[in-house]
Design a protein around this ligand. Structure first.
Ligand code: UGA
Length: 429
């Protein structure tokens, strides 16, 4: 298979993983970002994000990877331009596409350029508008493809190289063939479809995963009301191959840079189309309620939160990442502070910015130190390290024995036996 010259716009999670993996497949990749600091770090041989396996992959392919601030330099020899810039939500919930358009509008006539590929998550219909803009700019001969990303943070490299499927949405056979060829060496099927369908697959897949989580969280609430155990319920539900076992961990709700943003974008897109998407609205509402319900339960158990010392164990939006974007811990910490509690936290990787609520909390190096003198501790992120905590020692240092396991990480019986007043999500405790 021929190796191609590729320009990737955006050196965030998606852009860097895409670039490293395309280089691993043998292609030559120039990565362009608008942030000088990001490019400086990459040129110095470091990586600006935490993602297992990514640094090694970038360094072993360094002769095929270059990094630049200069858009012109990135596209000069490019046969394929990948758009991997972020599409953050605006106040309305609609995705802000200004960065995508900045890339598309900067593309000039080039003899070598064969295809523009959008990986950024965009509302359905964006590809049609980009196609029209390319045509108007005299780039009719350049193919267009939507190639949405399904990688999850923490295992993005593996998800790219061994995906369940690669989705390619395009109107022309030559671009479908080019994209299929670019992915030669990736261990997964390539599904070719029209552009709008590819855009919809991305939005619908994330929405369905978010729905599974909110549904599980509501069943967990019903378990609390009826004495059933959500972990036993979801284990048996997941054995039905039509439903599958994944994304049914009850907890404090989903966070991160994708599900909250994408579910709101789907709701906004439906509303713009004149259709009130009731199910996604409920999914969002349930997710926003989930950390608030947990705080309410803690408040009831502690008979008020004013002046209480609470240890938060885990801050990132999930384990295995340093990412704090839309982390449920931020809602939890904000509400605890608003109720007058003092908050101490522990996390092995999080680097929250020096702003509220984190500027009003104290950080400790270990879970046991965070729990010293606390009236209650709350597990917010499912860090595996928390299974190894010397819980007896931690309990001995606490002012009161209350532990709220917001991710159902620990064994209720074992924790009760140690002497904890143990609360969790949907397990009758
Ligand atoms: C998610 C999707 O899983 C990827 O397929 C997609 O490519 C990506 O968004 C994206 O759109 O770019 P990610 O945000 O990295 O990936 O994280 P997930 O592992 O999916 O977790 C999202 C949130 O759901 C986390 O806060 C996690 O704690 C929560 N979650 C997940 C639950 O509360 N329960 C579960 O059972 C599973």
């Amino acid at each position: 298979m021929p190796k191609r010259n590729v320009a990737v716009f955006g050196a965030g999670y998606i852009g860097l993983v895409t670039s490293a993996c395309l280089a691993e497949l043998g292609h030559t990749v120039t990565v362009r970002d608008i942030q000088p600091e990001r490019i400086r770090i990459l040129c110095a041989g470091d990586i600006p994000i935490f993602e297992p396996g990514l640094g090694d992959m970038i360094s072993r392919n360094k002769e095929r990877l270059s990094f630049t601030l200069d858009a012109g330099e990135a596209v000069r020899d490019a046969e394929v331009v990948y758009v991997c810039v972020n599409t953050p939500p605006m106040a309305s919930g609609d995705a802000d596409l200004s960065r995508v358009w900045a890339v598309v509008n900067a593309l000039k006539e080039s003899a070598r350029l064969s295809a523009v590929v959008v990986k950024s998550t965009v509302p359905v219909g964006t590809g049609t508008r980009i196609r029209a803009a390319l045509d108007a700019a005299g780039l009719e001969h350049v193919g267009y493809a939507s190639n949405p990303e399904f990688t999850a943070e923490g295992k993005a490299v593996q998800d790219f190289m061994r995906p369940d499927r690669v989705v390619v949405g395009t109107a022309d056979d030559a671009t479908a063939a080019l994209l299929t060829e670019l992915h030669a060496g990736v261990d997964g099927p390539v599904e070719v479809m029209d552009v709008a369908s590819a855009e919809m697959v991305k939005m619908a897949a994330n929405a369905l995963l978010a729905t599974k989580i909110s549904f599980t969280n509501e069943i967990a609430t019903m378990c609390e009301a009826t004495g059933a155990d959500i972990t036993q319920v979801t284990k048996a539900i997941g054995m039905d191959h039509r439903l599958g076992p994944h994304f049914m961990n009850a907890g404090l709700g989903y966070g991160g840079s994708c599900f909250p943003k994408d579910s709101r974008a789907l709701r906004a897109m439906a509303s713009n189309a004149g259709y009130p998407f009731q199910l996604i609205t409920a999914v969002i509402d349930v997710n926003e309620l989930q950390p608030r319900r947990a705080i309410q339960r803690l408040k009831t158990r502690l008979e008020g939160l004013r002046g209480k010392r609470i240890a938060l164990l885990g801050m990132t939006f999930k384990a295995g990442t340093d990412d704090m974007r839309e982390a449920p811990s931020t809602t939890v910490a904000s509400r605890l502070l608003a109720e007058g509690a003092q908050v101490r936290c522990w996390d092995p990787l999080a680097q929250p910015r020096d702003e509220e609520p984190w500027s009003s909390t104290e950080r400790r190096a270990t879970p046991v130190e965070a729990m010293a003198g606390a009236d209650a501790a709350m597990i917010v992120t499912e860090w595996p390290e928390l299974r190894e905590v010397p819980w007896g020692e931690a309990l001995a240092g606490m002012a009161r024995p209350v532990l709220f396991d917001g991710r159902n990480l620990l064994d209720p019986q074992a924790m009760s036996k140690l002497g904890f007043t143990y609360l969790s999500v949907g397990r009758g405790t």
